[in-house]
Write a protein that binds this ligand. Structure first.
Ligand code: NDP
Ligand code: 8X3
Length: 251
């Protein structure tokens, strides 16, 4: 295997799935991660035509599952060149006093602690080799807080801080660290946030042309293929109809 290896979390859906496909088409071998095994197998079948694919099925909330999965990588897969920390979601959209504590746990455990666990397992190899690139998928919710977004916004503000801290601490090793902060992207995100309520999920994207997962995947491809001396450190990407978390020009 002579291509660069990218490990993508949340490769079973949305931004992660599109990123896996775009990287596979552009000279990367892939470690595709997620909880939904059948989707990982389907992706492997599809991408095996263009690159080597290894799948890892684990829940980012479970520290030992994460460690065991990543330390189970066969020798030829151990050198992770690019880590895409993408797995994440919002759970609920309620005023803070009405919020569901289980939703809060899920967002902090997946979006923040899960990202840390995966990074902890991958970073030592990058540090040892003095090379690598970590791309953290944040959100506009990590730059602005919006009504009822409270804990999701907090989790993405934490990703923003972790991203900046990583860039500082990994700087001596020549490791690149990038945050990609999208606005509205149509994926399974809102279906998960509204617990399967399709009407509510569709309303989020009504009257606008939202970003597609492919738009974000192409941006990720751009940042991970810059020359060695270039690090894109922090990007916000909106659909044209969106100017901030709350300013959205709907027809
Ligand atoms: P999707 O719901 O389509 O995808 C989420 C992915 O995360 C799935 O592959 C899912 O895989 C994985 N995931 C969720 N929970 C876990 C878990 N506990 N363990 C392992 N994997 C998990 O949403 P998006 O593609 O939109 O979201 C991807 C990232 O983009 C998230 O971090 C989200 O916060 C961020 N984002 C999304 C925006 C949007 O508008 N869609 C805007 C800004 C940021 P599986 O269920 O198989 O485990
Ligand atoms: C997803 C975008 O605006 O729904 O992070 O929080 S938003």
């Amino acid at each position: 295997m002579s291509k660069r290896i990218a490990l993508v979390t949340g490769a079973t859906s949305g931004i992660g799935l599109a990123t896996a496909k775009v990287l596979a088409d552009n000279n990367f071998d892939l470690i595709a991660c997620g909880r939904r095994k059948e989707r990982l197998e389907q992706l492997k079948q599809e991408l095996t035509k263009v690159c080597h694919v290894h799948t890892l099925c684990f829940d980012v909330r479970d520290k030992s599952e994460v460690t065991n999965a990543i330390s189970s990588l066969p020798t030829e897969w151990r050198q992770v060149d690019v880590l895409i920390n993408n797995a994440g979601n919002a759970h609920g959209l309620s005023p803070i006093d009405k919020g569901d504590v289980d939703d809060w746990d899920a967002m902090i455990d997946i979006n923040v602690k899960g990202l840390l666990y995966v990074s902890k397992a991958v970073m030592p190899g990058m540090v040892e080799r003095k090379s690598g690139h970590i791309v953290n998928i944040g959100s506009i919710a990590g730059k602005e807080v919006y009504s009822n977004g409270n804990v999701y916004c907090a989790s993405k503000h934490a990703v923003d801080a972790i991203n900046n801290g990583m860039r500082m601490d990994l700087n001596p090793y020549g490791i690149k660290v990038t945050a990609i902060n999208p606005g509205l992207v149509e994926t399974e995100f809102s279906l998960v946030r509204f617990k399967g309520d399709e009407n509510k999920a569709n309303q989020v994207y009504s009257g606008i042309k939202p970003l597609t997962p492919g738009d974000i995947a192409e941006t990720i491809l751009f940042v991970v293929t810059r020359p060695a001396h270039v690090n894109v450190s922090d990007l916000i990407i909106f659909p044209t109809a969106q100017a901030s978390s709350t300013i959205v020009n709907r027809s």
